[in-house]
Design a binder for this molecule. Sequence first.
Ligand SMILES: Nc1ncnc2c1ncn2[C@@H]1O[C@H](COP(=O)(O)OP(=O)(O)OP(=O)(O)O)[C@@H](O)[C@H]1O
Ligand SMILES: [Mg+2]
Length: 468
Amino acid sequence: MKLRNRLVAAVTGVTVVALALSFVPLYLLIRALEISDLDNALFRQATALAQHLPGTYYAGHPLDEGHADVPESIDPTPRYTAIYGPDTSLETASESFAGQAPGSLAALGLRRTLPWDGVAVDLELDDTRLRGVVMPTGDQGEALLYAVSKSTVEDDTTTLFELLLAIFVCAAGATALIARWLGERLARDVHSVAHVARLVAEGDLAARVGDPRVMGADETRSLASDLDHMISRLDEVVSSQRRFISHAAHELRSPLASLRGELQLALRRERDADEYRAALREMLSSVDALIALAEDLLRLARAQGGAPATRGRARVADVVREALRMARGHLDDRGVTIAVPPTLAEFPVEVRGAAADLARALRNLIDNAVVHSPPGGEVRIELAVVEGGVELAVVDQGPGIPVEDQPHIFTPFFRGAGGENQEGAGLGLAIARGLTEGSGGRLALDTRHTGGARMVLHLAFAENVPPA
Ligand SMILES: Nc1ncnc2c1ncn2[C@@H]1O[C@H](COP(=O)(O)OP(=O)(O)OP(=O)(O)O)[C@@H](O)[C@H]1O
Ligand SMILES: [Mg+2]
């Protein structure tokens, strides 16, 4: 069942039941009050009349003021009076009865003994419905019937009924219309959100719900803006994946192209064994570069894949030692030296993360520092205990990172000015940051440091982390 129809049915149903539950008792109450009002007036009039009848209980009693009042409801209508003698048989009746007055009290459905204060009865004369009272006027079953037409009361209750029915129909109709309008608005909002979700599922990441103010309810408004936000994020992720793939393909193409060139050169003419060996060595180094690049890509994918290694714990001293061991192979012949804190060997602190991951992250920082150091320069590793963890900083004496490059250095494949000619693929810092964050730590450039670059690794204490 459609949301709109369900809303209309529910709201209208509740309104109809609520109106019926209040109108029906109201109608019955007003009707009962009208009848009781009429009965009281009839009793007063009958009592007043009985006072004029000779030989009755009431004869001679003074007429009190209240009995003389003639209520508007019965004033202009004809009165029907009948007097019953002993044995309840009809003695005389007013002309208004036109000879059709009930022949006895039994014909009115009354017992022989009436209550002293009389009884109210309904009777029908031709097409006229009457309401009357029968008052005992003597000990032998004598009684007085005093009646008037019920039409005034019936007219009033019919008018009331018609009025309540009109209100009922209008209220139910208006509620149904309002519920339908609300349902349509809600359904329209849901449809536009669903339409955008469908477009996104089909690959259109430019689809947006648009201005959330056009939405009717706060909830759908926030749903629309959340959906738009989610699509924007998805768009960013997909674009960055595309960028990553195209960069990766581009990076892989260069060593592959040079490998192809070397192969073509080697095959161009006959060579002796030494020349072939030299060509193969060249090719081997191209293949090594390719393997290194593929490994970096894999590492970056793993580091950014959100598989945190926070379950492990590592000694800071081991991390630094392993990073230096890996980095040493990259030291060139420019005489760059690496200085480690003298207290490192005895540094007992353990941090969160896998030692291999943290060492690889630190190795990438050391590699960068060495590459950018001047000949004979010094790369310094600093160690400090700070709140919540340990800070490992790698400081070099190179040119530092230009301000315009600083926001981009952690982006995969970013290489600073002149970097295109460097050997690196621009993955080192992205991998280092991914590995550090995967270990619950942080990696940042110290932008306040001057005279070279200072990269800072913040590693969290391994409290409450079980050994890996
Ligand atoms: N110590 C540093 N001094 C000056 N510039 C640096 C330093 N470290 C990083 N950079 C700049 O940041 C860029 C990105 O560094 P990153 O380590 O990610 O890539 P890369 O070193 O160029 O290549 P890869 O690390 O993949 O071999 C570098 O190209 C360089 O411009
Ligand atoms: Mg690097």
